[in-house]
Structure formats: C-alpha cells, structure tokens
Design a protein around this ligand. Structure first.
Ligand SMILES: [Zn+2]
Length: 267
C-alpha cells in the first residue's frame, strides 16, 4: 500500500476541506495524520478556521472578471481611436495618437482594478472565500478580490496580491487574510508588504496590533501558536498601534507584540 509524505498529506488536507478528496486518498490521509503530529496539527488548525469561516459567513456575490472588464475597455478605446483618425486632419490625428500613447495606453496596460486587490501571481496556491461565502474555491492568477474576501495561502508557490493603491503583498503558505480597502487583516501566517509604488498608507491588522506604513517595506508574522505577532521593518518606517499606544519603528528594527485583550478580530 502506498504512503504519503507530508507534502502530499497537506495537499489532501485542503482537498478534504474543499470536499474534493477521494475515498482512497481519505484513507491514506487519515493514516498519515495518525502518525504525523505536525500534519495533524495543521489539519486541526485549518479545520478550525474553516469551521469559523463557514459559521460566520452568509449569502454570496461573486466579483466580475478583471479580464472581461479590461477587454471591454480596450475595445472601446480602439473604437475611439478609429473615430478620431477618420474625422480629424492628419496633424491633429498625430497629436491624438501621441495622447493615446502617453495617456490612454498606460491606463489600458494598468486598468483601475474593479476590486481592492488582484491576485497577480500564485493563483493556484490560494483558496478564496468570496464575501459572505461559506465555501472556498481555488483562486486564479488575475482574479479580483472584493472587500471582505478571505484568502488563504495553500501551496508552496509564492502568492502576490496587488492592491488598487499599488501596494504589493507577498503571502506565505498557510497565511489567512481578509481583504480591505488599503488594508488587510492577517489572522495567521506571514506576509510582506511593499509600499514602494503605493499611493497613500496601508495598514495590516492582527489580533495583536496594527501596523501602518507609507512608502515602507515590512513583513509581519502572526503566530497563533506563540500568541504573538512579529514586525520587521525592511525599509522606511512603520507605525505600530498596540495596547492603546502608538510608536514609530525605523528601517532595520523589529518588534514582537503580545496579545491585546481589547482587540477582537472576528472572521
Ligand atoms: Zn506529515
């Protein structure tokens, strides 16, 4: 009889949560979980989060596809360009073409996202609960994440989210986050925030405190096991709001926060 390694077991834990695990694989997984305490603990944690999500969320409204919206904009812009070429003299058409190159093309290449965040890499490694949805579905690169979407890193592939403000986030495996506008809730796991090209501030909320930066690069590891969140400031400065006090940390510094009893973050 074949046996599973830990990687195979983790994959099947997620398949089981999605209701996609075959009977044969279920037997293999249960056997592995009986013999591997680490995987058993991962399974328990994910099952708890899954149960909390299912209990706390209701009716669904799926987001519209980013690519459909972008294609519509491209088609409209092309029609506009044809109309100009027909009706204006050559010199003006040239000027219009220059305008298109300088103004319209950059807008097409970087359409204003229909949602606060878009998965720009690692779509296969993320699972998504739409706002108020009870069932997760596999993510996709290019997918829009609406406000209140819960995203869950499930694979080893690097996951990158880009926010409408230009903030870029790397999510670690097993990270569980909820999307906000210019903010994100980190329930568990690791993420790295790069605000180098972002307009305006960005905030990461954890059960232990809040981390806000503008133009900064920082990472946050939130560990339910250790009951702590750890911030590392990689560039710029980050304001920490915890236990009712605010302080600003410079580049190169780090801090570990203990639980803040006044902060309650519900899924
Ligand atoms: Zn294992």
């Amino acid at each position: 009889m074949k046996t599973l390694d830990c990687q195979g077991a983790r994959r099947r834990i997620h398949l089981r949560l999605d209701g996609e695990l075959s009977d044969e694989d279920a037997l293999l997984l249960d056997e592995h979980l009986r013999n591997c305490e680490r995987c058993a603990e991962v399974a328990r944690q994910l099952w708890d989060i899954d149960a909390a999500l299912r209990a706390g969320l209701a009716a669904c409204c799926p987001p519209e596809g980013l690519y459909d919206a972008a294609r519509g904009r491209v088609a409209r812009a092309r029609a506009t360009r044809r109309m100009w070429a027909t009706w204006v003299p050559a010199a003006v058409a040239l000027a219009a073409a220059a305008l298109v190159l300088l103004v319209v093309m950059p807008m097409l290449r970087r359409p204003e996202p229909a949602a606060p965040a878009v998965v720009v890499a690692g779509g296969d490694a993320v699972h998504v609960f739409e706002p108020n949805q009870r069932v997760a579905h596999p993510g996709q690169t290019g997918a829009c994440l609406e406000e209140q979407t819960v995203a869950w890193g499930l694979g080893e592939e690097p996951i990158v989210l880009e926010f409408a403000s230009g903030a870029r986030l790397d999510l670690g495996e097993e990270a569980v986050v909820r999307i906000g506008r210019g903010s994100i809730d980190l329930f568990k796991g690791w993420l790295r925030v790069d605000l180098t090209n972002a307009r305006g501030p960005f905030t990461v909320s954890t059960p232990w405190g809040e981390f806000a930066g503008e133009g900064a690069v920082f990472s946050v590891q939130s560990s339910a096991d250790e009951g702590a969140a750890r911030l590392s400031v990689i560039a710029g400065e980050v304001t920490v709001d915890a236990r009712g006090a605010t302080r600003t940390l410079p580049s190169g510094s780090a801090i570990t926060l203990k639980p803040d009893p006044r902060r309650v973050m519900q899924m």
